[in-house]
Design a protein around this ligand. Structure first.
Ligand code: DAH
Length: 334
């Protein structure tokens, strides 16, 4: 049988051949199946050994068959693509180039590049989070008033549209363990009344770095380096005390205004500083809920609005432009 199978396998050329082979050998009336059923006619002493051999033959046949079938399918798909002359997306455009990247995509890529060059893994997660991911695992218990600050869209099954990218933190801490650097950008949702500075869908990015001996000094260094890369000039940062349930201590981080060399302008409201992001050292409870021992490991976390960054960078005063689908406006912005 083994010899016959080898010959039959090497003769497979089309998907129809594959189907016929499957019926003949592996299907419920196939020869291997029949042989397995035939085992019961063997004398008792021979049955176990023959059974074992048949099992191996079956597994090997399945493995080689599926591999071969996959190859045939792939070749057929490639051939179809080659023959498909209707749309050739590889032809360069003629005349004016119509498409362009969305301004948020552009800042997102710049931020990703800055952090990736410092060893951060970039992750994107689900826009739907469990209540625990969005709140409980971030040290925001059921009765905590911090839940009220975020006007949350609830789904009928009890899940939520994530109100912040921080919702991915617990899952990523568990995925990468206690020695990690991860950046996780994405779209978030809040039940806002729309105006020039509030939209119900917006983009944020969170980052974490965990290891032994991580301190606030690391946080300052990474934020300063990343922001300088994004704004393409030397940016100073300063921390003010803040509060977030998932960090302890928590800070508000200000960046020196990139638009007036910190001299004072309308963007920084004449202060020379722009309130940039929330950050802090990850709360021990949050580490514990991700099975990380806070006695051994520490980490910093930060989160900021990519939409807000795009507004700052491109001088956009109305947030609604970004989700408007108004190509002319978006082009003028980016
Ligand atoms: N999730 C917070 C928000 O949406 C921002 C934030 C603050 C994220 C501090 C963090 C952090 O990771 O450490 O307002």
């Amino acid at each position: 049988m083994k010899k016959e199978i080898e010959v039959a396998l090497s003769g497979l050329k089309t998907e129809a051949d594959c189907q016929a082979f499957h019926v003949a050998w592996l299907g419920k009336d196939g020869r291997i199946t029949a042989a397995v059923q035939g085992l019961r006619n063997l004398p008792h002493e021979e049955r176990a050994k023959a059974g074992q051999e048949l099992n191996i033959l079956k597994r090997e046949t399945e493995a080689s068959f599926f591999k071969r079938q996959e190859g045939i399918k792939q070749a057929a798909a490639d051939a179809k693509l080659m023959n498909d002359k209707l749309v050739d997306i590889t032809i360069p455009p003629i005349g004016e180039v119509k498409g362009s990247l969305h301004p948020i995509t552009r800042v997102m890529r710049e931020v990703e590049e800055a952090f990736a060059s410092m060893g951060f893994i970039i992750e994107d997660g689900n826009e739907i989070a469990t209540e625990d991911e969005n709140f409980t695992f971030l040290n925001i218990p059921h009765s905590h008033p911090a839940r009220d600050i975020q006007d949350t869209f609830w789904l009928s099954n009890g899940n939520v549209l994530r109100t912040h990218t921080t919702a991915m933190q617990n899952g990523l801490l568990q995925k990468y363990g206690p020695e990690c650097r991860v950046l996780f950008p994405g779209r978030c949702y809040r039940n806002e009344n729309l105006d020039a500075s509030h939209d119900m869908a917006f983009f944020q990015v969170d980052g974490i770095m965990v290891n032994k001996d991580i301190s606030i000094a690391n946080l300052i260094y990474f934020m300063k380096t990343a922001l300088s890369a994004v704004f393409k000039k030397d940016i100073a940062v300063r921390l003010r005390p803040g509060f977030f349930p998932f960090t302890e201590p928590s800070f508000e981080l200000d960046a020196s205004c990139a638009f007036c060399e910190a001299k004072g302008c309308s963007t920084c409201k004449q202060s020379g500083w722009i309130e940039f992001c929330g950050c802090g050292m990850i709360h021990p409870n949050v580490l514990r809920m991700a099975n990380i021992d806070p006695e051994v490991y520490q980490g910093f976390a930060f989160g900021f609005g990519l939409t807000r960054l795009a507004m700052l960078k491109f001088g956009v005063s109305d947030i609604r432009v970004f989700n408007s689908g108004d190509v002319e406006k978006l082009k003028a912005v980016g």
